[in-house]
Ligand binder design. Sequence first.
Ligand SMILES: *Cc1c(COP(=O)(O)O)cnc(C)c1O
Length: 395
Amino acid sequence: MENKAIPYGRQNITDEDIQAVIATLTSDYLTQGPKIVEFEAAFAKYIGSKYAVAVANGTAALHLSTLALNVKPGDKVITTPITFAASANCVRYCGGEVVFADIDPTTYLLDIRSVEKLLASAEKGTFQGIIPVDFGGRAVDLQAFRKLADDYGLWIIEDACHAPGGYFIDNNKQQQRCGNGEYAELAIFSFHPVKHIACGEGGMITTNDKALYQKLLQLRTHGITKVEDEYTNSIQFAGGTDSYPNWYMEMQTLGYNYRLTDFQAALGLSQLNRADDGIIKRRGIAATYEQAFEGKSFLKGQSKVVEGHAYHLYILEVADRLGLYNHLRNHHIFAQIHYIPCHLMPYYRSLGWKEGDLPHAEEYYRNCISLPMFPTLTEDEQKFVIEKIIGYYSV
Ligand SMILES: *Cc1c(COP(=O)(O)O)cnc(C)c1O
């Protein structure tokens, strides 16, 4: 069978999406128009946060978050090595120091015990923040992290790029949606095509903190404000007599142009309508994989179906990973590795990190492989993937 290529993740663009983008392209606004505001409001509602700020991409969302929380040269921030490099790099953009803590080998998430050990081993005030990642779509228990952060006076940025629509169950048995702002100061999302919602490029920051929200709005557009109450120059300077003229604005801090365009927001908004449907499909695919691989001898580990998992990725830890990876490629199945541990990237090695520093993350990396996981993966395609994997190990 000559099958068409099956990637590990793929966007799904419908006619409705295309019509939404076209409608915006022919409207009066290409950037920062009504679709941005609509997308932000709908996303905040979906996630359960008070505020949302749309930005150019997930990396910009992380950068603005570290800026809004005043990360300064020398500040120390803890994150996981099993993530996309941007989760750590945002600290470096502000001159801060990234301190990686190890993962929990059963959940693949930042291990709270490892973070606790780091915090307890240093004087209070040594660390400023934690960036936990809802890796693969599995929600971090942020209630536990909040308590630890409060004990040490730290802020939390939740990197929820993999988990819009995911949730964890808190101590009161309530669902806590990823990015809802209940336990973290800020949460960030990406709308890169492999993520749940695609804008081409795009990102979002969610928060329940009004002051941080206002700061983010300014930083997104060059540090400029058009809010009269915030002006510090005089009315006379602004060219008015008894009020500020309409043209007036002030650049008050050093910001950036990290805006999303209106037609990207239109695409995001249209995609958001199908987000829940996508998660249901992803959970179904995960359940099918789990059933198919149950008890197999080549398994060294498996991402377990747990409540609230948003399944950005479906990960196995296997024997002979390279062999399996190549075998799948020969059948046009493009599995992927998530991730090469961040602390062992040459850039972070140059800052002093080395092999052996984070044994659980490094052991996980040796065997992990991400299988095709996206809402439009067909039953036949998934069957084909499963067959090829089981077939590889039974010869
Ligand atoms: C995709 C991703 C980012 C960065 O998002 P971009 O939109 O690609 O800049 C950050 N963190 C994680 C965990 C991601 O998966």
